[in-house]
Design a protein around this ligand. Structure first.
Ligand SMILES: Cc1cc2nc3c(=O)[nH]c(=O)nc-3n(C[C@H](O)[C@H](O)[C@H](O)COP(=O)(O)O)c2cc1C
Ligand code: SF4
Ligand code: SF4
Length: 312
């Protein structure tokens, strides 16, 4: 910094540089472009995904100019503060609850926006997932103006055959369009929940004995095993949002807290990852409908899932 009125050589050059840039910008119309950019609302969409449904929905709802950010990548970078005109979150429901990582994220996140929306993807029964998200987010000072759901392919392997699921028309484009229209007009609305749906969720929690404060949080080494069909491609290593997989000289190993997101088992090109049966038949017992059918959203590539979840 200059301490007297004399202009140093460095500051003279700096001023000259600024003058040249402003003339160039004015003549190239850059100023009119930036003022146009400034008027456009800034939207950030945060997402979590195992098989791509939520990433697809996030991209569709983001439109052309929004930032679409993966929650596992934000957690990896320790980034919890976001500011925009509109901030959205898209995630798959697990037992009608958010994935554990999403729950932890929202507890730490500081979301500064005039309009906040959440869109929950699901496959068959949404139950009271909207109220569950409202309770969790409101308690930590991140209340959402809009909470809606969208039905997509159900990737819950224990109950569903992926080959059958992909044939069902769940009217996804129309439903996405409806949500996009709601968001465009900043609709303040929470999708209604019925007493039957609350009851169904209570029954599910009693049956599964899941902790309502946690939801699904498993141990990957107790849930999965790898067969001889493995070709060591390393996809499982890159798609796990917890970085649980490792390629070793003795084959693929996995261990650690598990979101039960199915990114590993669904995205293995060899179908070499299988569920381990639980010893006492407790939930989830490791049975599945069709071990030869696997799913990833048709608009989402394996590379997209790797970019979303890779922890290395
Ligand atoms: C652990 C787990 C639990 C699930 N629980 C439910 C559920 O309670 N109700 C439901 O309709 N779908 C449930 N699903 C299906 C997913 O919510 C649905 O397929 C979602 O769109 C997947 O999103 P993704 O492709 O972004 O991972 C569950 C899936 C998993 C893996
Ligand atoms: S994704 Fe499947 S085939 Fe590839 S390394 Fe992992 S277990 Fe083996
Ligand atoms: S081990 Fe598989 S199911 Fe568990 S968090 Fe990693 S990718 Fe998801």
């Amino acid at each position: 910094m200059d301490t007297n009125n004399k202009i140093t050589r460095r500051s003279a050059l700096k001023r000259m540089g600024a003058a040249v840039i402003s003339v160039a910008a004015a003549s190239s119309g850059l100023f009119s472009l930036t003022s146009c950019e400034a008027k456009r609302k800034k939207r950030i969409v945060l997402y979590f995904t195992g098989t791509g449904n939520s990433l697809y929905a996030a991209r569709q709802l983001a439109g052309k100019h929004a930032e679409v950010l993966s929650i596992p990548q934000m957690v990896k970078q320790g980034r919890y503060e976001f500011e925009a005109d509109e901030i959205g979150i898209v995630y798959p429901i697990y037992g009608h609850m958010p994935p554990y990582m999403v729950r932890q994220f929202i507890r730490r996140a500081k979301l500064k926006a005039e309009y906040k929306f959440a869109v929950l993807t699901y496959g068959a029964r949404k139950c009271d997932s909207v109220e569950i998200w409202n309770d969790i987010s409101r308690k930590v000072g991140n209340a959402f103006d809009y909470i809606g759901t969208i039905i997509m392919v159900d990737n819950w392997l224990p109950n569903f055959d992926m080959n059958e699921q992909i044939l069902i028309d769940k009217h996804i484009p129309e439903n996405l369009q409806k949500i996009a229209a709601d968001l465009a007009e900043h609709k303040r609305w929470h999708e209604p929940v019925t007493e039957d749906e609350r009851q169904m969720h209570r029954g599910f929690m009693q049956w599964t004995k899941l902790d309502p404060e946690v939801g699904f949080l498993m141990k990957s080494e107790k849930c999965f095993t790898v067969t001889d069909a493995c070709i060591g491609c390393g996809a499982c290593v890159s798609v796990c949002p917890r970085g649980n997989y490792e390629l070793t000289s003795a084959g693929v190993k996995m261990s650690g807290d598990c979101e039960y997101c199915f990114a590993c088992i669904q995205n293995c090109p060899q179908k070499a990852i299988r569920f381990l049966r639980s010893e006492d038949e407790s939930f989830p017992d490791g049975r599945e409908r069709n071990p030869d059918a696997r799913y990833r959203n048709e608009h989402i590539s394996l590379m997209d899932i790797k970019r979303a979840n890779n922890q290395f």
